[in-house]
Write a protein that binds this ligand. Structure first.
Ligand code: ZN
Length: 355
């Protein structure tokens, strides 16, 4: 498929500091994109940009590389400063800003809610600041922290929820990026304390492995620990009465994708439940195929190696019949007349014997 490049794509590339001469040879430029490139040339800013596409053909990527020697919280401050201002760090910061915009546009965050982090050394991470909407993040807002949540660099104060991200990274060495927000449908499941039922949609099976962590006050070590306890075999944690946190071994965009996938899944489940029929689910063989794909991508899942009959065990959730839940409560408090009569009869018998 041919790649059509618009002026907005080019502007984005310039913003990200990408090399315009690395545009794919087969790329088609829209007329305004071509004008934009000519303008850049006229300004003398990006001479290389003008003979990108068709002419150069070289697809050499200008992707910034991480430092040759891994950094840590023990690295000299000057080294950390150089790193924090490097093209590589800038690229990561811009990725966080972009994911923040997507979170905000999709209404997965509210107020200054939501936060993200990317591991950039043995025990250090770049993270979002506190009290800034994820819709208006700028690269210069980002912070550098160590794994004890001490702020090492950055002018804005780090997010108050950073500890949870760091605890996930410490517990799960594969977790190099973490994303937390409050998407309404998935958060609804978190408030209800319900793990969404499985075996209904492929993307969810492949990308997400979900568990619910009990509620604790946000930002406390206790809360982070309860989440981190689950990340060995789960990459998407519903935080009871709070929101969702995801992690990825590939990068912040994938952690963000998990957010989109679980939110779309929970929304779809709500529609399915309203249709009033028992949903069709995957057969064990169909699920096994998906789990094979999942494993080949290096994603965690607690179901690897389970017996067939255990693969689609959704006992915790019965779509369409959740309205029966209050009936149980009624029975328990004695509002069911039949149960009440039975209890009364037994009580009467016991009392009669005692006389
Ligand atoms: Zn939160």
């Amino acid at each position: 498929m041919k790649n059509v490049i618009s002026v907005r794509d080019l502007e984005d590339m310039v913003r990200r500091g990408a090399d315009l001469s690395a545009l794919p040879a087969e790329a088609i430029l829209t007329p305004s994109a071509r004008d934009y490139l000519h303008e850049l040339e006229a300004n003398g800013g990006r001479k290389a940009a003008v003979k990108p596409a068709a002419a150069s053909g070289a697809a050499a990527s200008a992707k910034p590389q991480p430092p040759a020697k891994p950094l840590s919280s023990k690295s000299p401050k000057a080294e950390l400063e150089v790193f924090f201002q490097s093209a590589y760090a800038l690229d990561l910061k811009q990725q966080i800003c972009e994911m923040g915009r997507r979170l905000w546009q999709r209404a997965y965050v509210d107020g200054n809610g939501g936060n993200m982090a990317i591991k950039v050394g043995d025990d250090i991470a770049i993270c979002t600041p506190t009290l800034v909407s994820k819709g208006s993040l700028k690269p210069e807002d980002m912070c550098l922290v160590d794994f004890d949540s001490n702020q090492l660099l950055g002018t804005k104060k780090r997010t108050s929820e950073i500890l949870m991200h760091l605890q996930i990274m410490q517990q799960q060495p594969k977790a190099i990026a973490t994303c937390h927000c409050h998407p309404p449908y998935a958060t609804g499941f978190a408030v209800a304390g319900i793990v969404p039922p499985t075996c209904m949609l492929p993307e969810y099976e492949v990308f997400c492995a979900v568990a619910v962590a009990p509620y604790r006050t946000p930002g406390t070590p206790e809360m982070g620990k309860l989440v981190a306890d689950l990340v060995d075999k789960h990459n998407t944690i519903l935080m009871a009465n709070h929101g969702v946190v995801t992690w990825s071994h590939n990068g912040i965009e994938e952690a963000y994708w998990r957010m989109e996938i679980i939110e779309a899944y929970c929304r779809t489940l709500m529609v399915t439940a309203q249709l009033g029929v028992t949903p069709n689910t995957f057969t064990p063989d169909q699920l096994k195929d998906l789990l094979k794909i999942k494993q080949s991508r290096g994603y965690v899942d607690p179901r690897y190696g389970l017996k067939e009959c255990e693969l689609c065990d959704n006992d915790e959730w019965r779509p369409g019949v959740t309205c029966q839940a209050p009936a149980k409560t009624e029975t328990a408090v004695g509002l069911n007349p039949e149960a009440e009569a039975a209890v009364q009869a037994i009580t009467d018998q016991i009392l009669a014997k005692l006389k």
